[in-house]
Design a protein around this ligand. Structure first.
Ligand code: GDP
Length: 195
């Protein structure tokens, strides 16, 4: 799909700022530096609409990107940054957890992981959170260009096993560098828009 029309409708710091027009929303979640901004930019065909590697740990906002007047990509802050004991830390602040857990418009979460490595403990917590809250996931295994094609299946297996991947979800090998997987992701998004 070629995206012609993208608008950052709001960078919301408070729930009352969330758009209220009822379009399906796809939250984008991933560890800081996993390649989330690059993923968004590749999907919408822009070089720098989503900020690349913006400093983590600042004001936590939800960025609502309206795409073709049909859906929102909702960029949530990257997780796995705070250097504190896991027991003391939630994935994000309460506002963002509440958005994720209790948002009728949320059609699915696009959960971005790195194909090269086994998912981190935070990645596992994130995926568990989605499953616990019955949020469908589209898992993106990105940076595929950094490993040989012959190894993709082996790495994909490790990702799935580590996440305890739900076979009802989708997982897509992706590269923001080459555009690999882009059309497959749009198809997965469309499937989740209508059920
Ligand atoms: P974010 O913090 O999750 O938004 O991550 P960024 O999108 O800023 O990406 C972090 C770094 O990884 C940047 O240097 C990107 O250029 C690089 N990167 C992201 N995606 C890919 C990819 O698919 N392939 C390669 N080779 N590099 C990538």
């Amino acid at each position: 799909m070629k995206v012609n029309n993208v608008e950052l409708v709001i960078s919301a710091a408070k729930p009352h700022q969330y758009p209220d027009i009822g379009l399906p929303e796809f939250a984008l979640a991933g560890r800081s530096n996993v390649g989330k901004s690059s993923f968004i930019n590749r999907m919408i065909g822009r070089k720098s609409m989503a900020r690349i590697s913006s400093k983590p740990g600042k004001t936590q906002t939800l960025n609502f990107y309206k795409i073709e007047d049909t859906l929102f990509f909702v960029d949530v802050p990257g997780y796995g940054y705070a250097k504190v004991a896991k027991t003391e830390r939630a994935l994000w602040g309460p506002m963002i957890e509440t958005y994720m857990a209790d948002r009728p418009q949320l059609a699915a979460c696009i959960h971005i992981v790195d194909l090269r490595h086994a998912p981190s403990a935070d990645d596992v917590v994130m995926y568990d959170f989605l499953k616990h809250n019955e949020i469908p996931a589209i898992v993106i295994a990105t940076k595929a260009d950094k490993i040989p094609k012959g190894k993709w299946q082996k790495h994909l297996k490790v990702v799935k096993e580590t996440l305890d991947f739900d076979p009802l979800d989708e997982i897509i090998v992706f590269s923001s560098e080459t555009g690999l997987g882009k059309e497959e992701v749009w198809k997965a998004v469309k499937r989740r828009m209508y059920n």
